[in-house]
Design a protein around this ligand. Structure first.
Ligand SMILES: [Zn+2]
Length: 88
């Protein structure tokens, strides 16, 4: 939050909003009434990504792990063998 004024321009009032406090958006400083989401009629996004509680933490830490590494290794080996058989 900042004490700098909201820069949202109201065409009806022919002036900038000027309310405080504000947060900085791509569009500039905006008060809580004039955030991009508020103007679009959408709920504000949560401040941090929320992980689904059903996913075990170990799966988040290493989503593929050694199984994927060994699968790729086996795939490469079989591809090498197939290529060898084709050229021979
Ligand atoms: Zn405003």
């Amino acid at each position: 939050m900042s004490a700098e004024p909201c820069v949202h321009y109201s065409a009806a009032r022919k002036r900038h909003c000027g309310h405080t406090p504000t947060n900085l958006f791509i569009q500039g400083r905006r008060c809580s009434q004039h955030t991009p989401c508020a103007l679009a009629g959408m709920p504000e996004p949560s401040p941090a990504p929320v992980l689904p509680t059903t996913v075990p933490r170990s799966d988040i830490a290493r989503p593929y792990g050694w199984q994927a590494v060994m699968f790729i290794h086996a795939w490469n080996e079989s591809a090498r063998q197939r290529a060898g058989k084709r050229s021979a």
